[in-house]
Write a protein that binds this ligand. Structure first.
Ligand code: ADP
Length: 596
């Protein structure tokens, strides 16, 4: 049963109870009042009749039935009541309901209750059944006295039926009024219950729509009473809740974007080691499948060290840390930290990929080893020749000269190595001040020929320059960029047998979608080529395909590393194509200067 029906039913119950209790009480009160009024009326009528009789009656010794009854009947015509005159000895001398013989035969009325009461009280009143008329009457008796002498009793009587009819009709009126009042009260009650419950209905509807997700829903407030205030408070409460939800969602978004964009992998597992959350970095690092939520970590990623670390964190309930090699494609090395949270029912696993750091450490270690080795070789040689010179016979001038030349060659190589190292360090540090000027690549031609013409002639190599003058300009540090051409052409000359050909060409590349239009330069030789496995490594420092040969050629193994860095400083890139025994093409690309 809903609250409305409950309210209406109890309201109807109360209304009916109150109205009919009232009707019962008022009905009884009314009956009493009306009855008293009728008695008063009877008294008035009796008093009037008495006055008339005192005037009209003969002396009591001259009482005869016809005379008195005639008088009484005349008097009774004016009223609607039964009138009786009883002599002081109880003989009934006149009655409006009896005539002739039947009047004479009437009982002596002295013992009648109402007469006895009139004798003792001065007024007698009685409701009783009349044997004479076989009707129930209300009697009222007043003694009739003339000159202080009692001459009889004047009695008026009204049939009880008439009294009951009068009272009954009044009571009926009261009942009708009660029924009408109850009906009106019930109708009003039902209507006002509806009106009272309307705000509650609106509140219910609003809470339903909020539950359905429309969190901005508001209840319409139409009044300022207690319910209106409740609705206002509800609206205030939803505002506050919405504010909190907004705050939390902003925080969540912030947290989510941090987690989504951070380099570290973050993973959350529950007591059963099932994944409850993984950020994108963790998905990549652990190579997680699409549906990983709710699956056990061990089931997805079989890294024993990770499992061991998780068990350690579970057992010790403290932070566990270890460096682990992840079983993903790159075999990344990672620092893994496991932190118990939420009363040890969850664990946060933070994975920090340190492959790059470790690789840098390895490169640095290799570099130091390489540098030491590269420096030690010429130094040992110089030291050897110098000691030999010191101990040798000073007259053998031919040998002396030969040794001094060797010392010079090695110290030159040493000096080149040191200056190349310095140059590379400078470029790598990033604080090279570039003096960028727009220029056409064809502008390098003359300078290049100045450097290489003698060597080319000596080795019988042909250099074909095919860079058109009308190509767009590029923005370069002229002096530094010259090094790119020098290194690449120098390598081409070094690794191409005599009589070979070196071609330098360039064109615009518009197919590169990632970058803006760029100028691509090709330096092609017909030399010894670079084996496939070395092609990706020739840009590393000190990497040489054939160490002995390269060294003989005077190479330091740093030329291509320097070239790559110079191009990077110019937002350019470098790559190569090569076929063993056929030749090599180095390509480099530079962004074209925008014309606007
Ligand atoms: P280097 O000073 O030894 O020439 P680079 O860094 O310039 O050092 O080159 C690295 C290595 O790449 C060389 O030792 C050589 O083995 C290989 N290389 C470079 N250019 C060519 C080329 N044009 N043809 C064949 N091999 C080359």
């Amino acid at each position: 049963m809903n609250i409305r029906t409950q309210l209406i039913l109890s309201y109807i119950g109360i209304v009916l109870l109150v109205f009919f209790a009232m009707d019962f009480y008022l009905g009884n009160a009314l009956k009493g009042v009306l009855s008293d009024r009728i008695t008063d009326e009877l008294e008035v009528q009796a008093a009037l009749a008495r006055e008339f009789l005192i005037e009209e009656l003969p002396g009591s010794d001259r009482f005869t039935h016809p005379v008195i009854d005639g008088l009484v009947d005349r008097l009774g015509e004016t009223g609607n009541v039964r009138l009786t005159f009883i002599g002081s000895n109880g003989i009934v001398w006149g009655d409006t309901e009896r005539d002739g013989q039947s009047l004479i035969e009437m009982d002596n009325h002295l013992s009648r209750q109402e007469v006895q009461e009139a004798i003792s009280e001065g007024i007698g009143s009685e409701d009783r059944f009349s044997d004479t008329t076989q009707t129930e009457y209300r009697y009222l008796v007043l003694p009739v006295k003339r000159n202080g002498e009692s001459i009889g009793f004047c009695r008026v009587a009204l049939p009880k039926a008439a009294i009951n009819t009068a009272i009954g009709s009044q009571q009926r009126m009261l009942l009708y009024a009660t029924i009408a009042g109850s009906v009106l009260a019930i109708i009003f009650g039902i209507l006002s219950t509806g009106a009272i419950l309307k705000p509650i209905k609106r509140l219910t509807e609003t809470t339903q729509s909020i539950a359905a997700g429309e969190t901005t829903s508001k209840v319409e407030v139409k009044s300022n009473n207690e319910l209106g205030q409740l609705l206002q408070n509800f609206n205030l409460m939803t505002d506050k809740v919405q504010e909190q939800i907004d705050k939390i969602s902003v925080e969540n978004q912030r947290l989510e974007s941090i987690l989504n964009n951070m380099g570290e992998g973050v993973l959350l597992v529950n007591e059963a080691s099932e994944i409850t959350y993984a950020n994108p970095a963790a998905v990549v690092m652990l190579d997680l499948p699409e549906m990983y939520i709710g699956r056990a970590l061990i089931e997805i990623n079989r890294i024993p060290e990770l499992q061991a670390l998780l068990s350690e964190a579970e057992q010790t309930s403290t932070v566990a840390f270890a460096e682990i090699r992840l079983a993903n494609l790159q075999e990344s090395e990672a620092e893994v930290t496991i932190v118990p949270v939420a009363a040890k029912s969850e664990y946060v696993i933070v994975i920090h990929d340190v492959s790059h750091v470790r690789q840098l450490e390895r490169i640095r270690a290799d570099f130091v080893a390489n540098v030491s080795h590269e420096l030690r070789t010429p130094l040992t040689t110089i030291q050897g020749y110098a000691e030999t010179l010191l101990n040798s016979d000073s007259k053998k001038s031919k040998k002396r000269k030969e040794f001094i030349v060797k010392i010079l060659n090695h110290s030159t190589r040493l000096s080149r190595l040191v200056s190349d190292l310095l140059e590379l360090a400078r470029l790598e540090s990033g604080d090279v001040e570039l003096t960028m000027t727009p220029c056409h690549l064809s502008a390098f031609y003359e300078q290049i020929m100045d450097v290489f013409e003698p060597v080319l002639e000596e080795s019988g190599l042909v250099l074909k320059w095919d860079i058109p003058d009308d190509l767009p300009q590029v923005n370069v540090d002229h002096q530094l960029f010259m090094q790119v051409f020098v290194n690449l052409i120098d390598n081409a000359i070094k690794y191409t047998p005599d009589g070979g050909e070196i071609g330098i060409s360039a064109e615009i590349n518009t197919t590169n979608t990632e970058n803006a239009d760029e100028l691509v330069v090709h330096i092609k030789d017909t030399g010894i080529g670079i084996p496939l496995e070395s092609q990706s490594r020739v840009f590393e420092r000190f990497y040489r395909v054939d160490k002995g040969r390269a060294r003989k050629m005077g190479g330091t193994g740093l030329g291509l590393a320097i070239t790559k860095h110079i191009l990077l400083c110019h937002n350019g890139r470098i790559w190569l194509e090569s076929e063993l025994g056929q030749g090599t093409v180095f390509h480099f690309a530079l962004p074209i200067m925008s014309t606007d």
